[in-house]
Design a protein around this ligand. Structure first.
Ligand code: CUA
Length: 316
């Protein structure tokens, strides 16, 4: 297919960083160019005829239009050929885009309101950071834990809906190391617009190293681990640390404050309150903040819960 790559000026498109991107862009540019030519042709001809055959005298009767087989044939045959070219071309790119090579490296993707979780073959999990090797096909097997999301990496020119109760898949081969943005492109609730992730493309050897060292070290201090979990478990997508209002209460000044609940009762936010709020978010619901926290946080380890509490305590 590389023979069909043309018009590579992508100044007006996002950078192209996957093996399929130049092919998608070529098809896009080809069709844009053809459309532009047709547009100019049609508008030009229209303008010409309007001026050339305008009525000059009140009693003027126009010549009857003669049937011209050649002209008629041309406007049937030319568009048909164009459409067939684009169909055949598009179909080839489409098949390539949706058929992962059998040796692709497979990563599991879970969509949550409102973050992405990635699970690697060795059990390592990351949140909102997808690490992949450059120059190797990567297949994402994706499913959603709640509502429909959509996984979109403009730099790779790949996009695929992520659905609850079934797998969808996409694949790409990143061509060069760097960081690229993942957008959720299916409206999935309040924080949809904040459901962003990064694809971090490593040189191949570096990826192996990253994968080996990606586990959380046992001797990491609690506060530091808490800060890391806040990021990696995507607490930030609903809880700010600067006091600004997101879906959930801000962590700033949370510890030690008096909370008022939906039933009118109050409690001081101490360690036990924070623990309960993480593990059973529906137990006490703060006024003005309906509970939409995923139940998945109940699977945090004791140490992780302690680390998050430590982190929240620091946000004064
Ligand atoms: Cu997830 Cu929009």
């Amino acid at each position: 297919m590389s023979g069909m790559i043309l018009l590579q000026n992508t100044a007006w498109l996002p950078e192209a960083a996957s093996s399929i991107a130049p092919e998608v862009d070529s098809l896009f540019h080809f069709w844009t160019l053809v459309s532009a030519i047709i547009f100019v042709g049609v508008v030009g001809a229209m303008t010409f005829f309007v001026v050339r055959y305008r009525r000059r005298r009140r009693d003027e009767v126009p010549e009857p239009v003669q049937e011209k087989k050649v002209v008629e044939l041309a406007w049937i045959v030319v568009p048909t050929i164009l459409v067939l070219i684009v169909f055949a071309w598009g179909f080839r790119v489409y098949i390539k885009m949706y058929t992962a090579p059998p040796d692709a490296y497979e990563i599991l993707v879970h969509g949550y309101q409102w973050y992405w979780e990635f699970e690697y073959p060795n059990g390592v999990k990351t949140t909102n950071e997808l690490h992949v090797p450059a120059g190797q096909p990567v297949k994402l097997r994706m499913t959603s834990v709640d509502v429909i999301h959509s996984f979109y990496v403009p730099a790779f020119r790949v996009k695929q809906d992520v659905l609850p109760d079934r797998y969808s898949a996409l694949w790409f081969e990143a061509t060069r190391p760097g960081e690229y943005t993942v957008f959720c492109t299916e409206y999935c609730g309040t924080q949809h617009s904040g459901m962003l992730a990064k694809v971090i493309v490593h040189p191949r050897e570096e990826f192996e190293q990253w994968l080996e060292s990606a586990g959380i070290p046992e001797d990491m201090p609690l506060a530091e681990l808490g800060a890391r979990l806040y990021r990696e478990k995507a607490c930030f997508s609903c809880h700010s640390i600067d006091g600004s209002r997101l879906v959930g209460p801000s962590f700033k000044g949370l510890y030690g404050s008096t909370r008022t609940f939906e039933d009118g009762t109050t409690a001081v936010a101490d360690e036990n309150y924070l623990r309960e709020s993480i593990l059973q978010p529906g137990a006490k619901v703060v006024q003005g903040y309906p509970n939409v926290m995923p139940a998945s946080y109940a699977s945090l380890s004791e140490r992780e819960v302690a680390a998050l509490i430590e982190f929240i305590k620091q946000q004064q």
